[in-house]
Design a protein around this ligand. Sequence first.
Ligand code: NDP
Length: 252
Amino acid sequence: MRPLEGTVALVTGASSGIGEATARALADDGAAVALVARRGDRLEALAASIGDAGGEALVVEADITDRAAADAAVAAAIARWGRLDILVNNAGVMLLGPIADAPLEEWDRMLEINLRAVLSMTHAVLPHLLAAAELGPRRVADLVNISSTAGRQVKRGSAVYNLTKHGVGAFSESFRQEFSRRHLRVGVVEPGAVRTELRDHLRPEIRAVQAERMAAMEALEPSDVADAVRYIVTRPRHQMINELLLRPTEQD
Ligand code: NDP
């Protein structure tokens, strides 16, 4: 039997990169997967591909910076399967740049998706995770938050991205202390550079610097990070991986 057979996972930011690879990995392990992001066409293609491989997926087109949309995304998964065992808070943006003269709109976007949406999704899913931890087939449930090396290591030019990812780490540790006795686990994944669309949203001059940095190393692939998530959620019930930091071998 596959390790996640009979479980339901919700992955935010499933339309590309790490979220897409994670949704595939969890479906491969037997989970039914709710795919959440704004680009519905990308989600439909992924759902079809998961279906072709014998898995089950639900497309939920949503902008989860909108709290009502986040609640509705969770409600859609519950309406379909009646349960949720795993939430992967993956959706995020990385709008790097110096503090001086930063467009405030970029800071707001990072706060909205990297923090506010993580909180909204976690809040909406919490009762379902607690129910799964008590009554589900594994008698354990998982919250996985995708942070970054930026959640551990502060760098010039990354102030607000650092702020959001450090925030994810702080929230996760307090979450752990509150829910560990109830077998609701939390795992923070902190990837270094991964080859995804994340850097496409940068201002051109900053994108060029990042492109040079990426070209100078063999970066991680989204499937490398998906493997880390899969490892965390398939541990036996008595074991919790709280933090998993993975970098490309060549990264500083
Ligand atoms: P991508 O840009 O490929 O993926 C980001 C995902 O977030 C997309 O699926 C996007 O979907 C979704 N998203 C963004 N805004 C919203 C929104 N308002 N509502 C719903 N979904 C949204 O980048 P990655 O896969 O690299 O990023 C995933 C996570 O990994 C992020 O949290 C990032 O910080 C983290 N990370 C990435 C690293 C890297 O080097 N790539 C390194 C360390 C951490 P859509 O646009 O369709 O809504």
